[in-house]
Structure formats: structure tokens, C-alpha cells
Design a binder for this molecule. Structure first.
Ligand code: SF4
Length: 366
């Protein structure tokens, strides 16, 4: 059994159908898109656009704005024309706000059908989204499940959340509408993970994943990673949002870090460094700081290992694409598992960057 498990390929992606959201396509083998939500009053167009630009600058790929009042719906066109990423309107409680928002050039609508009032109101929103050719996220939340499902299951457990989502999907399908993205949110990590797993075995609409109301960073980032890692490692998730209290801009880096660590979307070099200890043979913190500066902005799926002594250094260096094992004030540099040269400590960073350039040339066509 151990031999059979020696390869670690990662589970395949949950097979989902493709749904277009403006310039992005969700599902299938498309990237897991990173999105966020503004915290401004949507009708404050300048403030909202400013925050969206900050999110775009951080790498955000879609953005959601809330539409609780008619003046917010009225601002959507002016926001849309000033931002470069798809714009999603977020609706709770008032189906009339959903209908109003759909009169504007948004790219997607997010509805929580559990608080929209009645099935007929939900159907009206579906019909209008269908007429406009726009996709919808059916955003089921453990905090607003139908009373009868709570009575049936006793509490907002994973089957209750998934049954709710499947019901709304069936209603949408009965209207001939299939441009659906699904989220199954819970602030309880265990409930969220099991809900997404259960759903993935039963339906193939793309999923928006996140741990809702995760709270204040840094714990909120750790909690989100704890919940999203098992979901992502199971191959589930087509778009991701990290919910952090306060400024939404840090949500973007957190989302990309979780995608990078789970190897679901590798967009930059992976730097492996030891924590250091009394055996340390080089100034590892200084070397890592210099490397971070030199690697900033590089979009290479390369693994670089820099370890502080010979205990694990050579072993890790051989497994990485490029590696350093330090000892006696010098570094052994490895590329593709082979030791290629020794350099004095002062030349480790430059030597490593030279080997990275060679690795780039070797892997240019892969
Ligand atoms: Fe310590 Fe060496 Fe391990 Fe780094 S690699 S933590 S220096 S034993």
C-alpha cells in the first residue's frame, strides 16, 4: 500500500460545467478565480471605484458590491464603466433590488434564495437573469436556511445546506436556466467542508468557495485556510473569496497564498526555507529577504529550497527544482536534483539567481 501511494498527484478537479461571468469563465479546467467584495456604500461611486482599483491592483479578478437600496442599483452603471474586472451585484432580502440591479450592466448576480421571501420571487429573478443572459450565484448560507429544513435535520448541517441548494437549482432548471454558480457557506469549518464534499458528489455547477464570517485576521486567514485546504485538495472550487473583517485588499493575497500552498493555482516561485536553529551555517534570514526582493513579480512555478545547514539541506535541495544546502560558510547549489556548484555565502543569492535563469531556459517550452 505504501508503494502504491508513493506518487502524490493530487485529486482531479470536481468536473463542473463552464459558466461565463463577464471576461472570466468559471468551472471546467479554468483557473480558480480570486474575488472579493467592497465594504463601501455602493452609491458612493468614487469611494467604491477607488476600493475596486485597490483590489484590482492586488490581483482581484472579480468584485462584488452590495445592493440594498435603489440608489445602489442606480450606481452600478457608473461603477461598471470605471472598473476593469467583472462586477457582481449582491442581493439579500429584497427581490425588487435584484430586479432593479439586473437593469444595469452587471456581469453576475448573487442571491441568497433563503432570505428572498418566496419561491415565486426567486423565480422572477431567475427569469430576468435568463432574459439578460446573466449568470447567478445561488448562495446558500447555514445562517438562513429554510425553517422546514432546520426542522427536518435539527440544525444547519451539511445535508440540510446541500438539500437547500439542490432545491433552488431544480427551480432554476425548471425555468430553463443553467448559468448557475453555487456556494454553501457556513462559519463552521467542519460543516462547510462536508457540505462542499456532499455537493460535489451530486451536482456539477461550478462552486464559489469560502469560509463565511471568518472574522479578524490573522486568525481569520488561518481559519479560512483550515477550511478551504481540504475543499481545494478534494478538487472542489472554481472561484474563491476569503472573508476578512475590515479592508478587503488583504483578502487577495490570502486567497492566492491558499491556492499556491494547495498547488491548485501556482503563480509564483515556492520558497522553501527552514526555521533555523543552533546548527545554522549561514545568515538565512538575510538570504531569504534578498531572494524575496529578486523573485518579486516572477510568475514561475519553480520550487526553490534554501536550508541553513547540511542536516536536511542536500535532501530538500535535490527534491526542489533549485536548492541550496549551506555549510561551513558556503553553499552547495543544486539544479534538477544535481549539485552544480559550490559558492561562498556572499555569492549564494547571485548563484541561485543564475541557476534560476538556466532553469527558466530549460523549462521554457514545458
Ligand atoms: Fe537547523 Fe539545519 Fe534544520 Fe535549518 S536545516 S532548522 S539549520 S538543522
Amino acid at each position: 500500500r505504501l508503494e502504491a501511494a508513493q506518487k502524490v498527484p493530487g485529486k482531479p478537479r470536481h468536473k463542473t460545467r463552464e459558466v461565463r461571468v463577464g471576461s472570466r469563465v468559471f468551472g471546467g479546467s479554468n483557473p480558480i478565480w480570486v474575488q472579493s467584495m467592497t465594504t463601501t456604500d455602493t452609491f458612493d461611486v468614487d469611494g467604491t471605484v477607488k476600493q475596486i482599483h485597490a483590489l484590482e491592483e492586488a490581483g482581484c479578478e472579480l468584485v462584488r458590491v452590495t445592493v440594498p437600496k435603489p440608489e445602489d442599483a442606480g450606481a452600478l452603471s457608473r461603477i461598471r464603466e470605471r472598473v476593469g474586472i467583472p462586477l457582481i451585484c449582491d442581493i439579500h432580502f429584497d427581490y425588487k433590488m435584484a430586479l432593479a440591479a439586473l437593469d444595469h450592466p452587471v456581469d453576475k448576480i448573487r442571491i441568497n434564495p433563503g432570505n428572498i421571501g418566496s419561491h415565486e420571487r426567486f423565480r422572477q429573478v431567475i427569469r430576468k437573469a435568463k432574459d439578460r443572459g446573466l449568470p447567478m450565484r445561488i448562495g446558500v448560507n447555514a445562517g438562513s436556511l429554510e425553517r422546514e429544513l432546520i426542522d427536518k435535520y435539527g440544525f444547519p448541517c451539511p445535508p440540510a445546506i446541500v438539500e437547500s441548494a439542490l432545491r433552488y437549482i431544480e427551480m432554476a432548471e425548471s425555468e430553463g436556466y443553467h448559468d448557475i454558480v453555487v456556494s454553501l457557506k457556513s462559519s463552521d469549518v467542519l460543516v462547510a467542508v462536508e457540505a462542499y464534499r456532499l455537493y460535489a458528489g451530486l451536482a456539477d455547477y461550478p462552486t464559489h468557495i469560502g469560509i463565511t464570517e471568518a472574522g479578524k485576521p490573522p486568525y481569520a486567514v488561518t481559519k479560512s485556510a483550515a477550511g478551504l485546504a481540504p475543499i481545494l485538495l478534494d478538487g472542489i472550487g472554481d472561484t474563491i473569496r476569503i472573508s476578512l473583517l475590515g479592508d478587503p485588499v488583504p483578502e487577495i493575497a490570502a486567497a492566492f497564498d491558499i491556492l499556491q500552498a494547495t498547488q491548485r493555482r501556482v503563480r509564483r516561485p515556492e520558497l522553501i526555507a527552514c526555521p533555523t536553529c543552533g546548527r545554522l551555517a549561514i545568515d538565512l534570514e538575510k538570504i531569504i529577504a534578498e531572494l524575496e526582493v529578486k523573485l518579486a513579480g516572477k510568475k514561475l512555478p519553480v520550487k526553490i529550497s534554501v536550508l541553513g545547514c547540511v542536516v536536511n539541506g542536500p535532501g530538500e535541495a535535490k527534491e526542489a527544482d533549485i536548492g541550496i544546502a549551506a555549510g561551513n560558510g558556503q553553499g552547495m547549489i543544486f539544479r534538477n536534483g544535481e549539485m552544480v556548484r559550490r559558492v561562498p555565502e556572499a555569492e549564494i543569492v547571485d548563484g541561485l539567481m543564475e541557476e534560476l535563469a538556466r532553469w527558466e531556459v530549460e523549462n521554457a517550452d514545458k
